[in-house]
Design a protein around this ligand. Structure first.
Ligand code: BES
Ligand code: ZN
Length: 457
């Protein structure tokens, strides 16, 4: 392995340049105008993986292309399936970026660009790890497959459908995913739990067009007032979700789990520092980390109605709406929650307006047992890669396909996070620290090596 690590060290400037080229492609999946760039990002990966001698397929269907690649060294060795996503979030509000989101800026050891941390930089670390074996003529210690998608950020179905149809092709001994973060700058971490998701949209229709609020105010139901009432009905004063049945299947953290979270020492001060929020708030009687990692939520992600431009405009708006997502935890079932939510909104919907609930996408929560040999191999790899003691952590975000990997492939999903919690993912000035990129590549190399010592399942 020594020559591989030396090669990595010498290759740092080129590893940076190559990542910057990937980051210049504005592969935003949520906005149709960027469809050609989605294609370019997929081609960028296909070309590079082909150059490395892998067998590559660009899988095209109704959605954005999937990139599949594989190299079989020796069928008796373990196989690692690497998952990541080449699509990125939209950039708005663009005026809050200090440098253009698709013209990566490198300053003080940090890359600023949309997708730098989520997920191009993290995903690309695995590509560079494979590259190091190929370019040094060192046989890869494991068989490697890549499955990289372009719809993660918008909640697309392509990767689900492909995984459900092709479990034999994707067969492996572990899935490796880097789309999470270190615990903090000094502490690398494996994520063992992810929250799931139920993403909905509520649409309220009132008068056929905006009305003068003097002429007609007081005579019809105002959709803006109606959406406010619906949103207000979702929580009680203690931050608990009031949708009937919402908590029925929630698994409570045991005393040992609570104690483990408490030992991490993350509280009010840390939260205020990391979020810029004036104070913490959440479900009463749960600690900040519990609220963040293992308690379900119901949150407005967008809310609209009426006139929000400069000055005043006296109208009764014709329409209103909200995007509301729920983060789910084991053992909540996204479909069951979607039904409970829809029933609740219909039950509280005021008269005099039409209210419709659309469920846009669902993802299962994920829990990975911590005691498997592969999880332990992941811990050791992080310690080799970062030179620091690694932890198991929970994560509040969602990586929708991971639950399907667990169900269809029946192997552990090893989430080695190379980002930082304050990398501003989904937000202006997204960043990725060069040290984490380089140590991430080292970690992937170390993981292949650690995994190769384990027997095949
Ligand atoms: N990389 C994130 C998941 C994540 C979020 C990890 C926060 C660590 C911290 C992923 O790309 C993501 O944003 N997922 C979406 C999924 C959703 C669109 C279904 C999410 O969690 O909002
Ligand atoms: Zn991501």
């Amino acid at each position: 392995m020594k020559n591989v690590f030396e090669f990595l060290h010498l290759s740092r400037p080129r590893h940076l340049e190559d990542l910057l080229a990937f980051l210049r492609i504005p592969s935003i999946s949520a906005q149709a105008a960027y469809r050609p760039d989605i294609e370019r990002a997929a081609d960028f990966l296909c070309d590079e993986l082909k150059d490395l001698g892998l067998t590559v397929e660009k899988i095209t269907g109704e959605g954005n292309p999937l990139v599949y690649a594989q190299t079989e060294i020796d069928p008796s060795r373990p196989t690692i399936l690497i998952y990541g996503h080449y699509d990125v979030q939209p950039v708005d509000p663009e005026e809050l970026w200090n440098s253009p989101p698709f013209e990566p800026l490198v300053k003080d050891g940090i890359i600023y660009a949309r997708g730098a941390s989520d997920d191009k930089g993290q995903l690309y670390a695995h590509v560079k790890a494979v590259e190091a074996f190929v370019r040094t003529g060192t046989p890869l210690p494991v068989n490697v497959k890549f499955l990289i998608e372009g719809e993660e950020e918008k909640g697309g179905d392509s990767v689900y459908e492909y995984t459900e149809k092709n479990p034999a092709k994707l067969a492996c001994d572990a899935v490796l995913v880097s789309d999470t973060s270190l615990y903090n700058e000094d502490t690398p971490a494996i994520t063992f739990s992810l929250r799931g998701m139920c993403y909905t949209e509520i649409l309220v229709d009132g008068p056929g067009q905006d009305l003068h609020s003097g002429s007609f105010g007081g005579t019809v139901r105002n959709p803006g007032n109606a959406i406010a009432a619906i949103v207000a009905s979702l929580h009680d004063g203690n931050g608990r979700v009031t949708v009937p049945g919402f908590y029925d299947d929630v698994v409570e953290l045991d005393a040992e789990g609570r104690a483990e979270f408490d030992r991490l020492g993350y509280g009010e001060a840390e939260l205020v520092r990391d979020t810029g929020s004036p104070a913490s708030f959440g479900e009463a009687n749960y600690s900040t980390l519990e609220r963040m990692w293992v308690r379900p939520t119901c949150d407005v992600n967008g809310l609209w109605s009426g006139y929000i431009g400069e000055g005043g405009k006296t109208i009764i708006p014709s329409k209103a709406g909200a995007k509301v997502s729920m983060r789910l935890v084991p053992n909540q079932d996204p479909d069951k929650i979607a039904r409970a939510f829809t029933d609740h909104v219909n039950a509280v919907a005021p008269s005099g307006v039409k209210v419709e609930v659309k469920v846009l996408h669902n993802a299962k929560p994920v829990l990975v047992p911590r005691d498997s040999a592969m999880m332990q191999a992941g811990l050791r790899a992080l310690e080799t890669g970062f030179g620091k003691k690694a932890l198991f952590v929970g994560e509040g975000g969602s990586i929708p396909i991971t639950g399907t990997f667990q169900a269809c492939l029946k192997v552990p999903v090893i989430m080695l996070g190379y980002g930082l919690p304050n990398d501003n993912i989904h937000s202006p000035n997204e960043k990725f620290h060069l040290d984490n990129y380089y140590n991430g590549i080292r970690t992937s190399v170390a993981f292949f090596d650690e995994a190769s010592r384990l027997t095949r399942k």
